[in-house]
Design a protein around this ligand. Sequence first.
Ligand code: AMP
Ligand code: ZN
Length: 150
Amino acid sequence: MDCLFCKIISGEIPSKKIYEDASSVGFLDINPANPGHTLVVPKRHSENIFDADDESLKGAIVAVKKVTSMIKERTGCQGVNIVQNNGKAAGQIVSHVHFHVIPRNQGDSVVISYPRKQTDEKELDDMASKLTRKKSAALDEEIMREMGRL
Ligand code: AMP
Ligand code: ZN
């Protein structure tokens, strides 16, 4: 498969690998937001979070936690951002699902920004019902069940 991260995982393309377990690897981002910026990727290929299987995602988030602890301990950073982009509109460049682990320090130059828009009770209610309205799709049922609404 012509996928950059699959090639990094297989070793065909070199990387600075700092973590590996049965389901995931972690390697340094080639253009780090801050020193230590690491990408955690499931070994099994999927494009994004919509396509990824649950086992890969579970493995990856546990790997993210371990990598986060390693980075905090070894760099002495004060905080960490976990960033995960899906789709071009959301800034995804590499089409193999991945989590950015970005070490942060007070006053550093990194900007992870989104607006805090004003809303109101009605808009929030409308959105909540739009997102939870019962439909026939299995996914909706699963979400509703998990929320205790079925
Ligand atoms: P995203 O925008 O979430 O798809 O991020 C993709 C990330 O992959 C970017 O932060 C790139 O700097 C990083 N990247 C691209 N090529 C490589 C590479 N060969 N090794 C390590 N990181 C890479
Ligand atoms: Zn891949």
